[in-house]
Design a protein around this ligand. Sequence first.
Ligand SMILES: O=C[C@H](O)[C@H](O)COP(=O)(O)O
Ligand SMILES: C=C(OP(=O)(O)O)C(=O)O
Ligand SMILES: [Mn+2]
Length: 460
Amino acid sequence: MTELPVAQTIANPQPGAVDYPGLDAWRDLPIVQQPTWQDNGVYQAAVSELSSLPPLVFAGEVDVLRERLAAAAEGKAFLLQGGDCAETFEGATADKISARVRTILQMAVVLTYGASLPVIKMGRMAGQFAKPRSSNDETRDGVTLPAYRGDMVNGYEFTPESRGHDANRMVQAYHTSASTLNLIRAFTQGGFADLRLVHHWNKGFTANPAHSRYESLAREIDRAVKFMDACGADFDALKRVEFFASHEALILDYERALARIDSRTGLPYGTSGHFLWIGERTRQLDGAHVDFLSRVRNPIGVKLGPSSTAEDALRLIDKLDPQREPGRLTFITRMGAGNIREKLPQLVEKVTASGAKVLWVTDPMHGNTVTSPNGYKTRNFDDVIDEVRGFFEVHHSLGTFPGGLHVEMTGDDVAECLGGADPIDQHAFLDRYESVCDPRLNHMQSLEMAFLVAGSLGKR
Ligand SMILES: O=C[C@H](O)[C@H](O)COP(=O)(O)O
Ligand SMILES: C=C(OP(=O)(O)O)C(=O)O
Ligand SMILES: [Mn+2]
């Protein structure tokens, strides 16, 4: 595994948090990638406030998601999970949120057709405000300051004030998540998700001559929609879609403060998002993150990078899903295009042989990060697609189900990843690179990925 920054101290049990046996056990375990809050008084007030605020998501919705993911683990649904590497407070505008939701809905329509399966739609949204970093510091022009760790922890601006770890930011992350979720719920329940509308947007994609190779698939989808119409399909019923929120559960002060006891079952749920995942840098078997997430009822994801062994995967299953509960555990592999065909088979084989039923999802972004010649963190579209293809190939050859796609994407016309049919080159980065952390597929690259993946799914 990657070299990990040293553990930092966390203030003692949080004032105001709900009481439930074991929810604070993580405090005695090794923990990495946590902030060093600069003011203890502010910290105490922030977690106390978070503990008293309403949950962002409801336990019943979380249970529905678990059922949907259980179907995906059985090959009866496909997960599409996408959004920013790092959401920002400033970026939580109606335009940017709607563009992202719209792009995910557009991708989902294409994938639904390609897979002939329901697609579970999930944003890396409404909570994706904290980042693990390779280095604790960043140096610019001889000045060294703490690394940017996401808007929940510090500011991106390169000044000592901004880079200090401010616990008040957790409260702002909560409120920004609440307003983001509010808009997502309005869009996905209020008519914006109408299948005919989303299909109409997709026509814009294939109208671009650079995307002519996707025309025949687009025509097939068009015929399918017309066929549904002719059969009298109830399009009004297709105006609303389920949409789930997810993020990396990194800052345990925040996650702990938002744990709530479900009044129906008396069990603890993380209410900061429907689906919470453990990152590649925080998946230590005896570490704090695995312990805390083992104790909440949400469906949990774990990122598995190229150093993951089958033994790691089996032990994670034992810790996070001891009951082997359908939909509880998702492995999000992020091996890199050059590794996936070699490394993934042994994991899938051993996990399958153990009898565990996890959902396998590919994150084709994080194993394919490179630096462009002009110095930007980027990814080649072809590498990203190659990892997705490798993921499908491995699962097809083992007879297991490639259950989903996890991508860093945006609905905006940014230039952060190289390539695509209407190619982005590195010079475009100078004007259109907006990410504060990892490079995202832009709107067109995201749709192109959906068309390519739909093609592969259709061949199954
Ligand atoms: O999003 C993932 C990580 O936070 C990110 O890849 C780390 O990037 P770094 O290596 O620039 O710290
Ligand atoms: C930090 C991330 O990924 P990973 O944990 O796989 O490196 C991420 O998803 O942005
Ligand atoms: Mn990232």
